[in-house]
Design a protein around this ligand. Structure first.
Ligand code: ADP
Ligand code: MG
Length: 387
């Protein structure tokens, strides 16, 4: 891969167009978490330190489907950004308003939600060219959008010299398992096998151990002939699971015990949590987490890892007491001394809930994008930066 280096770009007096991922949660006109805004700060500060004429920021927010939907306006984001940057941020509510952009008196300008325009998702060349005309150079720091072939990340690089931002560089560097220090231990969990087949296939080849938890463990267990009761199973993935198991050269590790519950509803304010061996899961029970013996087995493998890649919670962590498996594995990862990389929206929120983020080497900002990158797919937004 060959991309330009933003540190070497000539920026003084220039207009710098930056695609960021400011797809933040907004409630009642206020940004409720500015995590994604903070993630772009290194790039923005670097550019500002080189004294550009202007930084013109572009992002999407939510899924307005090509129409102007007020609840998806980026106006609240302009305010949150201003307070984070401690400088004025001008908001331009129409991306075609060339005069509005040119006459803005602050150094930082944020354009309205790109997805208000159907051209964005269509990767429309005319739209991309228009956006490109606002900058002397273009910087892409929106890693979370790079798996999409959209105008502001893909077509745009045909019309303006393009650079990766620092966050994007960091994501690519950390998610690249080709340079991982061995042993590479991969932890995969979450809802569905079908979401993660690509990752599983590649990891069975590349990793030294693949630890499987979450709801998807039951598809693998069933494929091995175990009774899984009323646990979530994808029957149409049993064949794939069997194939993965037989091609994995014993790299795949499945749980030896699980936490189960008789019901998915808590009538008494608490769920009954019972630990059973995987060979004796009762027919009428739901499997909702890995058990303590599994935590011990997995933790011991984790403690010897050189690199750990984790995607997908070990159980239904949103519902106590089925958070335990995920939290215990998070603790094992945090104290392992290995390089640790975590991707996936729910996995990241589980780590944050457990207050262990600071002990993780890299927490990816891209959900779908990081998954596709780990699968080994060539993301259109990254490819575009090599033009
Ligand atoms: P990520 O966002 O990290 O990629 P996923 O979206 O694949 O993770 O999966 C997370 C979801 O999987 C969570 O909502 C969690 O409750 C659910 N889950 C995990 N294990 C189980 C289980 N045993 N039964 C039901 N749901 C589960
Ligand atoms: Mg998820």
């Amino acid at each position: 891969m060959s991309m330009r280096d933003i540190r070497e770009a000539s920026i003084k007096g220039k207009n710098v167009l930056v695609r960021v991922d400011f797809n933040v949660p907004v409630k009642d006109g206020k940004v409720t978490s500015d995590k994604r805004i903070r993630a772009a700060m290194d790039t923005l500060r670097l550019i500002l330190s080189k004294n550009p004429d202007k930084i013109i920021l572009m992002s999407h927010l939510g899924r307005p489907k090509g129409e102007r939907v007020p609840e998806f306006s980026l106006l609240p984001v302009a305010k949150a950004l201003a307070s984070r940057l401690k400088r004025k941020v001008d908001f331009v509510d129409d991306v075609f308003d060339v005069d509005g952009i040119a006459s803005s008196r602050s150094k930082v300008v944020l354009l309205e939600n790109l997805r208000f325009y159907p051209e964005e998702k269509k990767n429309d060349a005319v739209f991309a060219k228009k956006l490109a005309s606002y900058g002397d150079i273009y910087v892409n720091d929106a890693f979370g959008t790079c798996h999409r072939s959209h105008a502001s990340v893909d077509a745009i690089t045909r019309y303006v010299p393009s650079y990766p931002g620092l966050l994007l560089e960091k994501e690519i560097f950390n998610l690249d398992i080709e340079r991982a220090k061995t042993p590479l231990v991969v932890i995969i969990g979450g809802a569905k096998v079908s979401d993660k087949i690509g990752v599983l296939k590649r990891m069975v080849r590349k990793a030294d151990a693949v630890l499987i938890g979450g709801a998807m463990m039951f598809t693998f267990l069933k494929a091995q002939g175990y009774e899984v009761g009323r646990s979530l199973v994808e029957d149409d993935k049993l064949v794939v699971a069997k194939k993965l198991l037989s091609s994995s050269k014993n790299k795949i590790m499945l749980p030896v015990d699980v936490a189960v519950s008789r019901s998915l509803k808590s009538s008494t304010g608490g769920f009954g949590r019972k630990i059973v061996d995987i060979s004796s899961l009762p027919r009428s029970y739901y499997g909702l987490d890995i058990g303590p013996e599994t935590v011990d087995v997995f933790s011991s493998i984790i403690s010897k890892a050189g690199t750990i890649l984790w995607n997908g919670p070990m159980g239904m962590f949103e519902q106590k007491p089925f958070h335990k498996g995920t939290v215990d594995i998070a603790k094992a990862v945090a104290s392992s001394g290995a390089r640790s990389i975590i991707g996936g929206g729910d996995s990241v929120s589980a780590i944050e809930k457990a207050k262990l983020s600071a002990k993780i080497t890299h927490i990816s900002t891209g959900g779908g994008a990081s998954l596709e990158f780990i699968e080994g797919k060539y993301l259109p937004g990254l490819k575009a930066l090599e033009r």
